[in-house]
Design a protein around this ligand. Sequence first.
Ligand code: G16
Length: 588
Amino acid sequence: MRVYKSYDLKCNNSFKLVLSNKKFNCRNIMSTLEVCTVSTKPYNDQKPGTSGLRKRVKVFQQENYTHNFIQAILDSMPAPGAKGSTLVVGGDGRYYSKEAIEIIIRVAAGNKVSKLIIGQNGILSTPAASNLIRVLKADGGILLTASHNPGGPDNDFGIKFNVNNGGPAPENITNLIYEKSKDIKQVFLCEFPEIDLSTIGERQFNGFTIKIVDSVRDYVTLLKEIFDFELIKNFFAKNPDYTVLFDGMHGVTGPYSEKIFIEELGLSQSSVQNCIPLPDFGGGHPDPNLTYAHDLVKRVEKENIKFGAASDGDGDRNMIYGKSAFVNPSDSVAIIAAHSEVIPYFKRTGIKGLARSMPTSAAIDLVAKNKGVEIFEVPTGWKFFGNLLDAGRLSICGEESFGTGSDHIREKDGLWAIIAWLNIIAAVNEKKPGVGIKEILLNHYETYGRNFFTRYDYEEVDNDNAKKVIVHLHHLIGEGKNEFIGKTFGQFIVSKADDFEYCDPIDGSVSKNQGIRIVFTDNSRIIIRLSGTGSQGATIRLYIEKYSKNPSDYELDNQIALKPLIEVALEITKLQEFTGREKPTVIT
Ligand code: G16
């Protein structure tokens, strides 16, 4: 990589040509950093989705597309704004990250941001970025990731803005970013030498500082403060047969997991796989679920591995999978909450409240009831937990979409969830040796009953067809259609139907149309919503939940237990008819 020695920067003509062939002028704002005003045209598709702007790489590569979005972010930063601010920058290292970081450096300098703190080589897992924003008291962060979506020149890139609590920007800010992006006329930037992102250290450019930091160190320190690493290490030392396999799916967690599993917990190198981060994730789909993490599932089953786990492209999702024991994410967060007293962090802080996203099963509600703490149901999107976490009313939360976390940061945290499970297993085995993932699941069901849960994803559906499904359901449940309530489908009687609306208990903001819910008299639920994270066509998500307190059900296969309700869901939603899809793309 090219490193300039002289920092006496000027706008140069070649840069002018790259950025704009229209109006272009420079004014000397910082003493030697020339700020250039570049004329630009708005794009009308820069509306952030569930978690940032995610599009094909080719979309971001359009003239000024990335510049516009970064300028819109900086223009939307909460008071006192971008000028003089400190921002953390990093991501999962996917294709186009380096180019995007160069643009961020130029536009940040052009907007008189005071300091950028960048992960070494541009790498920061989403949880590590959230932690850095908090630890360094930064004003926010720009995260370069499309999470679990595939990477590479023909796949996805993404940009997300996080605010100073370390969490994803709330809706009022993402809406503002979108409004600014539709109206943008100019981008401010400074021409810059290419920055060497591989060398840790700080560089000053007359009022603008770039600091390259270790991507891993602070995050591992944080996890060591939260969990009982000694207990876990001793458990592995005493139980060499308790085999572990972590799959990094060629995402960002490779360097983090090597440090944690091998250096800190003393496991062998064979305990990790796919831990070299690659810009295209090795051609895979870095989404830790039963479909895309099939390499892990196959090896766990074949080699009788006791503890399998995977995380996604940017390290905020996780899957826990033991021999013949898939841990549904809705159960996972409930089980972590139920065992929280063995985790040193929660021994210190106690449990203030618990929460889940609306489509997530109500397993955690039962734990909250048992512990006598508040339970919150928020729309899909980690940003909706932010206010509750900041207000000290929430300790552990999770989503069915393989997201689990706590108030230690303001993002979901894949490795946190995996180490939480290891901490619980090590602690439970102290009292009763031989307990594995399956026994922990069954013990939980015996105490609380079982919330059977499945999700059907129909990916890349034609947008118009997806809309037809939603219009049909709105019509069915809409005003004046109350005859739907009380209607019988198979063994299920409809007791309630609506489109979920959320009023944030802290700031009173209201979020409408967050997913259509059809609830039955036995509390079984069918939920349908359109994903906000896809980049091509529409992804329809159908969520199905049924509760049983009958011990003879506890070991039933999920799909078998839910079959009658799945049939009812397909009948009511007319999904097959509207989409022409016989089967979903992914079943969880
Ligand atoms: C993001 C959000 C999550 C959300 C998930 C799925 O996760 O942070 O809160 O549950 O998307 O959203 P949707 O159902 O709209 O696709 P990630 O891991 O993709 O950043």
